[in-house]
Design a protein around this ligand. Sequence first.
Ligand code: SAH
Length: 376
Amino acid sequence: MVNRHPWVYSGAVKKMPQAENGQIVQIVTNNNELLGYGFFSPNSQITCRVFEFCDTPKEINETYWHTKIDLAMQLRKQVIDAKTTTMFRLIHAEGDFFPGLIVDVYNQVAVLQILTKGVELISEYVFNALNALGFNNLYIKTKQNTQLLEGVEQGSRWIGQPAPMPLVALENGVKFNINVETGQKTGFFIDQRDNRYAVGSFSNNCNVLNTFCYSGGFSLYALQNNAKEVHSVDSSKDAIELCNQNVALSGFNNHTSFVADCFDFLKEAPANFYDIIILDPPAFAKNARSVDNASRGYKNLNLLGIKKVKPGGLIFTFSCSQHIDKDLFRKIVFSAAADAKRNVQVLQQLSQPKDHPINIYHPEGEYLKGLLLKVY
Ligand code: SAH
């Protein structure tokens, strides 16, 4: 608490409040000094999620929530070029001092992930604040495990006027079809924006393999930057369909997509053909218990990538598992490189973009890590 970490574990609480799930509670010390305000979650190990640290009482009213959202918007105006990028994360939960809420925006559409009862109880204020910022179409997308634990209302739904889907949004000037209703996550993996840009900057005249491509984010940047040939692979037919639509939207014909398991695809891929390989799998470690298995998965994947890339080629490798930190990830990639018996340089540590800020007191928020490797 004194370290301003936003999570209060049940074991750390001496006296529980007489409060309902989701209610806003005060956090006080043994000496009755105020520490702040948070959402009460009696059914979670994290009993309270703190959204405000303060030592004098504060009114937590509609204006309070509006101000929080306005501050988040101001940061995005600072870090996003609105002329070329019309989709970004507006609220990154703890990263924006707003535990329990994620908001991604696509043009005028805001997609909300309400992860706790506490946020659900103040959601009217959030809707009003988003409307006031010009987000006219609000869509709530529910996640299954939060409903069970937190009693959050089930079922994805529009609040007010639905927006026609798909819409076309821009990222660094690249066009993407987005369907917030049927797409994975809130519709697009916004968190890879900067890393896609980096891929683009190396793609000229390259053969590029984009594994776990989903809607083809990395592929489009490679194509846009004059790649020779781009291959996209995903095990989901729907994902490949989206990827093909996005390639068609920009009119490229030097692209081939494959519905396949990426491990199998890499095993059978020719060696020395790809100049750039992107490895961006889903989170293999969903919880702390699965870290060992996940580590093996990451190692096998990286081993295959490092074996197959052309000498002098590049690998962009990622993990979005919160439970695998950047040191462990580097060790995993190290052991893959050693098994492949190739010389490998780390050119850059990769992370999440500025619209996914990390609350310095909440290191768990740094979930996306990656490495740019050069392989000889
Ligand atoms: N790189 C993407 C996001 C990847 S999300 C982007 O920039 O948008 C992870 C994707 O991996 C999902 O689309 C999922 O369908 C796919 N996937 C999961 N397991 C897979 C496997 N074993 N082989 C191929 N694709 C897989």
